[in-house]
Design a protein around this ligand. Sequence first.
Ligand code: 6GU
Length: 232
Amino acid sequence: MLRVDIVTIFPEYFREAFEHGIIRRARAAGLVEIKAHDLRSWTSDKHHVVDDRPFGGGDGMVLKPEPSFAAVESLAGARRREEIPIGKRVVLLSPQGKSLTQSLAAEFAGCKQLVLICGRYEGVDERVAEALATDEVSIGDYVLSGGEPAALVVIDATIRLIPGALGSETSATTESFSDGLLDYPHYTRPPELEGMKVPEVLLKGHHAEIARWRHETAMEKTKRNRPDLLKE
Ligand code: 6GU
């Protein structure tokens, strides 16, 4: 069982996010338990302030460190990265993080607990990344206004890799990225749509030919859309 704790200033953002499809099924099957927590509940001042002005000046506010340290202490039982037990990960979501990859999602899928701290684009006090989080993760080279959509992405990519979460046990290993290529093109009926035909080879049932076609088209599509995946 994987336990996922989200720490956010917008817990309501996640209200219906886990009630669909594979995530809903995985929860119902007891494979994962997910809870969104309000960062403000770990403040001690009357107005539950979670941000403050940046030292050194500049625009925007910075998320204060103390509520995040208190949150991780209560959720994971430690106030320093080195004290986070094996099998638990404390993930700070920020555009400065390492990229989320299929292999990182697979590591997360094998954990017993993930604590996801949603940053905000103006910034999070660096001591959270430096001393508290086991991982600082970004979902791509663009800027989101907060880490909340990124937390959803991490959770989705992770849960579908938990054994038993997918209907057909094979689908997670035959798709995009498991072999370093994009997925091959898929077709269903009708065999012709407004003059656009399904490739002949797929209609004939010659399995070796189909496998070869799928590898070739996956390769072409990767070259065209993601040449970076073919380098190194
Ligand atoms: Cl994890 N957070 C924010 N704010 N922006 C991002 C991101 C995360 N990943 C890509 N852009």
